[in-house]
Design a binder for this molecule. Sequence first.
Ligand code: GLA
Length: 405
Amino acid sequence: MNGPLDPEAGAEAEALNAAQTAEAAEGFRAVHGGEPTGIWAAPGRVNLIGEHTDYNDGFVMPLALPHTTRVAAARRDDGVLGLHSADVSGGTVRLPAEKLAPGTADGWAAYPAGVVWALREAGLLSGREGGADLYIRSDVPTGAGLSSSAALEVATAVALNDLYGLGLAPERIARLCQRAENEFVGVPCGIMDQMASACCTAGHALHLDTRDLAARQVPFDLAAAGLRLLVVDTRVKHALGDGEYARRRAGCEEAAAALGVAALRDVPYGELDTALAGLADPALRPLVRHVVTENRRVEEVVGLLDAGDPRSIGPVLTAGHASLRDDFAVSCPELDLVVETANAAGALGARMTGGGFGGSAVVLVEAAGAEEVGAEVADAFDAAGHPAPRLFEAVPSTGARRLDG
Ligand code: GLA
């Protein structure tokens, strides 16, 4: 494995914060001139269980990664939004905040511009407000199903929230960021990623009801239990905008309408067979089966963690993968290979995480066997002729925050 990250560990975390704060401030000065007012950070995430349930008003359980997007920012009073990404070449874009509308920005700039647009649409900023200089730097892998988009949106939103003294609660920030992604960027995502980035806390997974955003921080101290959660980025680039995600979402909505419920979350597990039998279109049945059983799996995992039995969530994770692969059809050969190889090598359980069609898997392992499981997965990729996967440890980390002061 290439160096599991553990920036939550005391001094190491402080040193990392200090280094990232200094880098962002220096980058800001070099690009925009002057001093940034502050430096904000928002993390990527992995989802432990509860996949493709969020746009069905269901349950999810993400945790924040140590990897973050940082935004160094200062207000501008001339209404210009000056965006610079240190992660792309030629990454400077200047836009008039007042004229922002879907289609006026693309690529990476659409995410922060979309957030300013969403704040303005909500009436939180008007006239020339929303002008700001932003310097953006991220170490959340992109296209890996780890929510680099949400990290960028939420980091931008918490920066503007402070710069303009908006006083927005994290849930409101998450909703505004989701709107930016849905309507400005044009990706029909649910609310999980933005809520994870805005609300997660170190050492916990976030048990979230996506219908009303009721949330509970569930202690998830794997190290104390002698366990580790590995992330395997298959390096197969996923793109949620490519139509498959939207098709699954539309299928779920069609099924809910056919069943006469507001959302598939309203189909009780105990009535699944009756619901399936009542669906005239057989193509909708596996979608419904996945969502209903996945919501049930979230509750199972929460129950096991509350009972202090983290080892036993492994088979539930693997069952979730089978459901995503066979019923929801959002896996891919590389993700399946991670899950099969890891489980054969002694992992407690494994599953794809995020939207699928590529991206990453999570693997629950005994700490003592982590290196071996990782090596077996890497060997299997090599033998299959796939590029080497990227492996690291998911240490449940802090959600969005101001880094300086
Ligand atoms: C992506 C979306 C989320 C969620 C997951 C699947 O990450 O952004 O809203 O739908 O896929 O669980």
